[in-house]
Design a protein around this ligand. Sequence first.
Ligand code: SF4
Length: 237
Amino acid sequence: MVTQSFDTPAEIQRYDAFIRDVVELIAGKYDGALKAEHGTGRNMAPFVETEWGPGIYEVMKTLKAAIDPENLLNPGVLINADKEAHIRNLKELPRVEEEVDKCMECGFCEYKCPSRNLTLTPRRRIVVRRALVKLKHQNRKQDYQQLLKEYQYDGLDTCAVDGLCAVACPVDINTGMLVKRLRRENHSGFSNKVALQVAKNFNFVSKAVWVGLKAGAAVNAVFGEHAMTGLTRACAK
Ligand code: SF4
């Protein structure tokens, strides 16, 4: 899987050189087919003539013009006079986090995600991280803060971190790993210390919680079923 970045002119040039080398190797040296499983999209359109030769390409153009004289059907796909169509209108995929940088936003993971009908799917969680980086680069502080704030619930709090997305992902991305790390980093040093102590002494903590719940039930039994609710609310004030 080639995960090419398109963030800078140098990277786009590198991609251009790579594609041209691939075309030369496959169509030129080995007389092979440039596309197989997928059709010819915009990426390979500039090289259809190289693959098939000018004669057949002319036939293709004539057929296209006869069927679609106004060029309304998928313009630029398959038949494209622009010899640089493969490096135009490229979608930026800025680097955000190591765990998800390989994501090409195919969406295969989406149907596996338990929170897909509640908030964001793994693909969207990654897309928003990328949008945040773009906003930062554009110095749009207010939009950045707003999106970051909304990401807390939609992106972080509602991820089940079960890793089901990785089962369907062609590049093995487990968005849950990213979410786990972001959650950890969002907690203060004190919270992390408390959590560590709870984890280390979980036997004691679970017994203490059991005792606390029993005590609460006893208070409710004596003073009425809303006694503990009133008491905890009063303590919280
Ligand atoms: S399946 Fe993988 S590559 Fe595709 S959108 Fe989901 S995380 Fe990204």
